[in-house]
Design a protein around this ligand. Structure first.
Ligand SMILES: Nc1ncnc2c1ncn2[C@@H]1O[C@H](COP(=O)(O)OP(=O)(O)OP(=O)(O)O)[C@@H](O)[C@H]1O
Ligand SMILES: [Mg+2]
Length: 123
């Protein structure tokens, strides 16, 4: 079992989810509004935009803004993991910086609370 964690641009979510819905065997999706930064280390805001009481110091070192993103989390059987990764990559892609990333992680155990089923039966 794999967990696919994708961080995408919020305005690409509808397109990505519409494409994921067409995949047979998709067991579920968790979505969160998150924020973060990539290689750009966040857009710097100018010191004058920050109220004096919120300033940590008077130079503009360490003043960064986090960029809003959406995180999609999907746990699936190994067989369809690659198809899901491809679908997200193709439908979240604009070609611009900040398009996001997809992480694939091994999942050790899944428990379905209602039935106490485990692992493949529970995904
Ligand atoms: N290595 C990482 N670990 C955790 N989160 C990350 C990582 N890289 C990117 N992110 C998250 O993904 C979001 C989008 O990253 P982004 O696409 O800007 O990456 P990048 O490496 O800067 O690529 P690009 O050059 O296309 O901007 C970030 O805001 C952050 O939330
Ligand atoms: Mg970036």
């Amino acid at each position: 079992m794999k967990e696919i964690k994708a961080i995408i641009q919020p305005f690409m979510l509808t397109r990505v989810v519409t494409a994921l819905h067409k995949i047979e065997g998709l067991p579920g999706i968790t979505i969160s509004d998150i924020k973060g930064f990539g290689k750009s280390k966040g857009k710097k805001s100018s010191l004058s935009e920050i109220p004096p009481e919120a300033r940590e110091n008077d130079n503009d070192e360490g003043i960064y803004e986090f960029v809003p993103k959406v995180k999609i989390e999907i746990v699936v059987l190994d067989e369809i993991a690659e198809q899901i990764v491809d679908t997200i990559q193709q439908n979240a892609h604009t070609g611009n910086t900040g398009d996001g990333k997809i992480f694939v992680v091994d999942v050790e155990e899944v428990v379905k609370i209602r039935t106490n089923e485990r692992n493949k039966d529970a995904v």
